[in-house]
Unconditional design. Structure first.
Length: 113
């Protein structure tokens, strides 16, 4: 699973979205299927702007048929339907450091074939 750290450099929402789309395009070309996006949760403890914007962008990729599954970090677990579905298709996710951590600062996306 690739990781894209959108916290790095403290980008604006627009810049974070551009970085995400560039990474998704790169992954499609290489045939990679899984991406963990580190978008943070906001230093205030109530969430920032990048996380919701990135998740919205990823939901649009599903509607476009470019992604098949989005698993928010707080549901990236063997205790959730979407977590179990992802782990069934990609067993290696169980070894990820955020698996079962309930981390709202990450989102995992599975790209369509």
């Amino acid at each position: 699973m690739r990781t894209l750290n959108l916290e790095e450099g403290h980008p604006s929402v627009d810049e974070a979205r551009r970085r995400l789309l560039a990474e998704l395009a790169s992954m499609r070309k290489s045939g990679a299927r899984l991406l963990k996006v580190v978008h943070g949760w906001g230093s205030s403890g109530v969430g920032g702007k990048i996380g919701p914007a990135i998740r919205k962008s990823l939901r649009l990729r599903v509607k476009e048929g470019k992604a098949t599954l989005i698993v928010p970090g707080e549901r990236f677990s063997g205790d959730t339907i979407e977590g179990r579905e992802l782990a069934t298709r990609h067993p290696s996710v169980r070894s990820d450091c955020d698996w079962n951590r309930v981390n709202p600062g990450v989102t995992v996306v599975e790209l369509a074939l």
